[in-house]
Design a protein around this ligand. Structure first.
Ligand code: MN
Length: 200
């Protein structure tokens, strides 16, 4: 058994002009695929060969001798979560229960935007910005490299945004804040966040 690359939830040109088909072709077809290929090579013939991706992430988190396995496994999970965190019909203010909890826990949608954009912009080097539910309370987080809130007990990821340079460089070059604004205004998928919250 091996880990497989999940299908994109839309076509490679579906997020254009906000994220180009060229970016998605490299980001999904090359980067995400490479994490899958690397992990399969690393777990081949080991006790992790038959484990689920989630189990591999939990088993390798925080273990220096398993850093390679963790980095590739977590990046597979983070990227699949990121594709679903965007929609061709996304962007703008939240709806449903997430909208209610953003106002309750973060102040307002504008406060959320400031916090989330700030998390993405201030993540030095590579990493991720997140909206999570921490034991029922919404929080904005950032993580470096492949780190994921999935490994934290009581924390459910609701949304993520990739801020590795490969996520935006072809479309925005060095202008990470412009990519972040575009993600929030045109792509963020609140239906996905509500679905994750309902399953928390
Ligand atoms: Mn990426």
């Amino acid at each position: 058994m091996s880990v497989t690359l999940p299908a994109l939830p839309y076509s490679e040109d579906a997020l254009s002009p906000h994220i180009s088909a060229n970016t998605l072709s490299f980001h999904y077809g090359k980067h995400h695929q490479a994490y899958v290929d690397n992990l399969n090579k690393m777990i081949h013939g080991t006790a992790h060969d038959d484990a689920s991706l989630e189990d591999i992430i939990q088993a390798s988190a925080g273990k220096a001798e398993m850093a390679g396995i963790f980095n590739n496994a977590a990046q597979i999970w983070n990227h699949t979560f990121y594709w679903h965190s965007m929609s061709p019909n996304g962007g703008g203010g939240p709806n449903g229960k997430v909208a209610e909890l953003i106002n309750r826990d973060l102040g307002s949608y504008d406060d959320f935007k400031t916090a989330f954009a700030g998390a993405g912009a201030t993540q030095f080097g590579s990493g991720w910005a997140w909206l999570v539910s921490n034991k029922g309370k919404l929080e904005v987080r950032k993580t470096p490299n492949a780190e994921t809130p999935l490994t934290e007990k009581g924390v459910t990821p609701l949304l993520t945004m990739d801020v590795w340079e490969h996520a935006y460089y072809l479309d925005f070059q060095n202008k990470r804040p412009v990519y972040i604004s575009s993600f929030l205004d045109n792509l963020v998928n609140w239906d996905f966040a509500n679905k994750n919250l309902a399953n928390a």
